[in-house]
Design a protein around this ligand. Structure first.
Ligand SMILES: Nc1ncnc2c1ncn2[C@@H]1O[C@H](COP(=O)(O)OP(=O)(O)OP(=O)(O)O)[C@@H](O)[C@H]1O
Length: 392
């Protein structure tokens, strides 16, 4: 459980800190107050670019007129099996491109964060997840996969790195410098192995997720029948050996060389796989659903996933940006009840406190305004009041 949070020169925050209670934390305040920035900060305590998909440079605070973002830091303290663990991330020089990760003060590879915390998020961008571009949907799904299967993050990033290198080699070749065939073979071998591993992990996660969704039939959220497109995923789902998937991908990459070089894009491989969903009750593709329906489908998927992770040492933490605003009252109440029932830690944003009326007395309410955080409400289980203000 996250017990405190501190930000330094992160986005709109010069310096802010917040003691956090377990369960639901409601961040409310006007547009532009910094609510999403706070969720983004927590989303950086997992490998990747966080919930905005932004670069480390964009995250450093800039005063008007400043061209380069400052050095920034995000720190959280966790309670884990009775022990305190400190996770931190940030950059030490203004404008640095690569953020570093610290666990209990020691520099650590980002993947180690997943030993402690598994943030899962839903943002307004996902309201059109199923009708949106394929790449965004696959990224969303991959994140759900690696919340339960940390190795998947490393697999996907190794795959993407090899894919970029192969394309560079092929496009250099198209400009007259022939690609070194041995290097190309080596890259494609690496790609095929990582690609097969990723496809297998996705397929396994899909089965588990679908089971989780099916077990949630009594909830007032729409259910999805999920599927994965992509030759590698289809082979994995049919029970093929991973070695056979590696072989199929290897041949595919060789065949695609000329086409990829001409197009300047990688047109073959499991980076082009897709998550499909049928709205079960309506028996229609989720892509045709309204944004409210898509949001509810996405939340059901996320809740099924965090439900699987709840109670494990590496704790799931749910980050819901403006989710309640997009749900009707019944689903909103169901969401809040579920967060409580699963004993999840969840940070939720909304412009109006009234959207969270059902949580009054059951959650920590934090008012966010102008880069400052204020939490005057009595905290659940503590009987007293606690307040915290920081300069913005
Ligand atoms: N690097 C940065 N330096 C300084 N300010 C920043 C930086 N990046 C973003 N901001 C500011 O943060 C504010 C946006 O904060 P955020 O997105 O968290 O708002 P919000 O409270 O979620 O608003 P909404 O309700 O509209 O979604 C904007 O005013 C933006 O200018």
């Amino acid at each position: 459980m996250i017990t405190s949070l501190a930000l330094t020169d992160f986005r709109s925050y010069a310096s802010a800190s917040l003691p956090v209670s377990g369960g639901a934390v409601v961040l409310h305040g006007p547009n532009g107050a910094g609510k999403t920035n706070l969720l983004e900060a927590i989303s950086l305590l997992t490998p990747g670019k966080g919930l905005r998909g932004a670069t480390a440079q964009e995250m450093g605070r800039r005063e008007p007129g400043e061209a380069v973002g400052r050095a920034w830091a995000v720190m959280v303290t966790l309670h884990e099996d009775g022990e305190e663990v400190r996770l931190g991330t940030g950059v030490q020089t203004p404008g640095a491109a690569r953020r570093i990760v610290r666990i209990d003060g020691e520099t650590a590879p980002p993947g180690r964060l997943l030993d402690h915390l598994r943030p899962v998020w839903a943002t307004p961008e996902q309201d059109r997840l199923f009708s949106d571009a394929r790449a965004a949907r696959l990224r969303f799904f991959d994140r759900l996969v690696f919340a339960a299967d940390p190795d998947h993050a490393a697999t996907v990033s190794a795959y993407e790195k090899a894919l970029r290198e192969r394309l560079r080699l092929l496009t250099d070749g198209a400009e007259g410098k022939p690609a070194d065939p041995l290097w190309l073979d080596a890259l494609e071998a690496r790609l095929s192995e990582a690609g097969a591993r990723a496809a297998t992990a996705r397929t396994r996660a899909l089965v588990a997720l679908q089971a989780g969704i099916d077990a949630r039939g009594d909830r007032p959220f729409p259910q999805a029948d999920l599927g994965l497109t992509g030759a590698a995923e289809e082979m994995a789902a049919a029970g093929a050996d991973e070695a056979d998937v590696v072989g199929m991908l290897g041949e595919g990459f060789v065949r695609a060389r000329g086409r990829d070089a001409a197009a300047g894009r990688s047109l073959f491989g499991p980076h082009r796989s897709d998550l499909t969903a049928i709205h079960r009750e309506k028996n229609r593709p989720a892509a045709e659903g309204s944004s409210g329906e898509q949001k509810a489908l996405v939340l059901n998927l996320i809740l099924a996933q965090v439900g699987r992770l709840a109670g494990q040492k590496a704790q799931p933490v749910l980050l819901l940006d403006e989710a309640p605003a997009h749900l009707d009252e019944v689903r909103r109440a169901a969401l809040f009840d579920e967060i409580e029932a699963l004993e999840l830690q969840a940070f939720m944003t909304g412009t109006e406190r009234s959207l969270f009326a059902a949580l009054e007395g059951r959650a920590q309410f934090v008012s966010v305004e102008g880069g400052a955080l204020f939490s005057p409400s009595p905290l659940v289980g503590e009987g007293g009041s606690r307040s915290e203000t920081d300069e913005g």
